[in-house]
Design a protein. Structure first.
Length: 203
């Protein structure tokens, strides 16, 4: 069986099973490295290749790369909080007890104010699931999430007068900082998914 390995964005091999075992024993390869051999539909961690459990091999590679888990869990948690936020808005929009800026914002909400975040939540869920399954569709989901986020932010900032009436300048500055941080995270996710796609980890 000829085995190919990816390390640092480069494809190495082919190697025999004994050669890979020797590399694991010396530390030249770890069980976190992704491998492929004829008959596999996708690249998998060396830990999942038959016969790769050897004495002295690094145990750190049991499963997907750590960042895949981190990003996937982050996306799923973000979906949960975003969904709760949409539910809150839906209920709060029907409660009119004061004439506060926040209530004015809720009272002026249109269907698109619900639709855009809802679509964004769906795309975010697709990103988390596809990345966890190591599917290259994660690239498209990550780009889609970034574009939808930009559209949603632009809509809130430029087409929602109720948004500006919600509070003082510090509140708006805080919102801008939060948006910036979220965009930086999204760009980082895109960069990571593209990198693991180039190394054939995403299939």
């Amino acid at each position: 069986m000829n085995i190919y390995i990816t390390q640092g964005g480069k494809q190495l091999g082919p190697y025999t099973v004994d050669q890979v075992k020797a590399m694991l024993g010396t530390g030249a390869a770890t069980l976190t490295d992704f491998a492929w051999y004829e008959g596999l539909p996708n690249w998998v961690p060396l830990a999942q290749v038959p016969g790769m459990t050897v004495i002295g091999a690094s145990p750190e590679g049991q499963g997907w790369p750590v960042m895949v888990w981190v990003i996937s869990i982050f996306c799923i948690v973000r979906v949960a909080f975003s969904s709760l936020g949409l539910i809150f808005l839906w209920f709060a929009a029907g409660l009119q007890t004061t004439n506060s800026p926040g209530e004015h914002y809720l009272a002026t909400m249109t269907p698109i104010d619900y639709l855009l975040p809802l679509i964004t939540v769906g795309v975010n869920l697709g990103l988390g699931v596809s990345l966890l399954m190591l599917r290259r569709q994660a690239i498209y989901w990550s780009f889609g999430y970034l574009v939808l986020s930009l559209i949603n932010y632009a809509h809130q900032l430029f087409f929602r007068p109720g948004f500006h009436a919600m509070g003082s300048l510090p509140l708006l500055i805080g919102t801008f900082i939060g948006i910036t941080i979220n965009l930086v995270i999204n760009v980082g996710i895109i960069a990571y998914t593209w990198r693991i796609y180039r190394t054939r980890i995403l299939r």
